[in-house]
Design a protein around this ligand. Structure first.
Ligand code: ADP
Ligand code: MG
Length: 299
């Protein structure tokens, strides 16, 4: 392709909110064999909400919600946002958090959940690994509840108070309306879609099924996502990664083509080769099209 053709394609992308960082990024995109999508905030809308809960010991529901909201108050995770909003809406209040019980010794446990002392009680909110790592016995009915929620593509979260499982809740983060069609279009273009997530296998598989993705990597750590990219590259494939930058910047850097979606975080924009300004997965297809058009036409 001539420098002019590259400029035209880059300009055309820009008018559609597809910001291609130079000729090399544009060229790499037409060779892509495999497209790895991050789950949370990329394939899903990224605004999770609490949709169900279950108590296994006696406790007033409102108190249960407020206790876990307090434990999550210092967490930056999207799941924490959902849990705090849920407690707020139960009280019918919009912004003020002054009713939250006192919190001490907050600890964030990445990929697992949070620990905090709430009103003098030890509270753990997180996944099965967190409870196992903390030597907490998870009753059969709690395991059943989690499995049931995961089948419905929801993320199940356990709550332990003073080392006993008190309850669980389910959080839903729906898939973006265009996700399934985009996976199908990519397939027709010869690009295989995959999904990577820190979330559990059950939920991950349910989401993947909804969008038509067969290859899934679940329960991965942020560095693990980059390792997956490198592993695929070592088989000779050209690999693209699409993510919002929360937990996936190393993978965006490792990929042959890193695409940041939703004008996400500054780190994502920095790490990516292509920035998709609109939070719409169709722009992944637009980016590949622009590249193919530029590098396959004139040769
Ligand atoms: P993702 O790749 O989907 O963004 P993360 O690696 O951030 O996932 O988290 C993996 C899992 O760890 C979550 O699905 C959840 O079960 C648990 N987790 C992480 N942070 C929190 C939190 N603040 N509260 C409760 N659970 C959490
Ligand atoms: Mg994420």
């Amino acid at each position: 392709a001539t420098p002019t053709a590259v400029m035209v394609a880059t300009g055309e992308g820009a008018t559609q909110g597809v910001l291609i960082k130079g000729g090399h990024a544009l060229e790499s995109a037409h060779k892509v064999h495999q497209m790895i999508f991050d789950k949370t905030g990329t394939l899903t809308i990224g605004k999770p909400v609490v949709v169900s809960s279950k108590l296994f010991k006696h406790m007033v529901l409102q108190k249960f919600y407020e206790t876990i909201a307090a434990a999550e108050a210092s967490s930056e995770h999207p799941l924490a946002r959902a849990i705090i909003d849920n407690a707020k809406s139960m009280r019918g209040e919009s912004s003020d958090l002054s009713w939250l019980p006192e919190v001490n010794n907050f600890k964030s446990l990445p990929g697992q959940g949070v620990y905090a002392e709430v009103g003098g009680q030890e509270v753990l909110v997180g996944n099965m690994q967190l409870m196992t790592a903390s030597n907490i016995d998870v009753p059969e009915e709690a395991i059943d509840y989690l499995q049931d929620m995961e089948k419905q593509a929801r993320t199940g979260i356990l709550v332990a108070i003073n080392k006993e499982i008190y309850g669980a809740l389910a959080i839903s983060d729906p898939v973006k309306p265009e996700a399934k069609a985009v996976v199908a279009i990519l397939k027709s273009m010869g690009v295989l879609s995959m999904m990577v997530t820190g979330d559990n296998w059950g939920t991950a598989n349910s989401i993947a099924r909804e969008v038509g993705i067969e290859k899934v990597y679940a329960e991965t750590r942020p560095q693990g996502k980059a390792d997956i990219v490198k592993e695929l590259q070592s088989t000779g494939k050209t690999v693209a990664m699409v993510g919002d930058g929360i937990n996936d910047s190393p993978a965006l850097v490792a990929a042959d083509v890193g695409m940041a979606i939703g004008a996400g975080t500054d780190i994502a924009i920095e790490a990516a080769d292509i920035v998709l300004m609109r939070n719409n997965l169709e722009d992944v297809v637009t980016a590949i099209h622009l590249s193919r058009k530029t590098f396959r036409r004139i040769r």
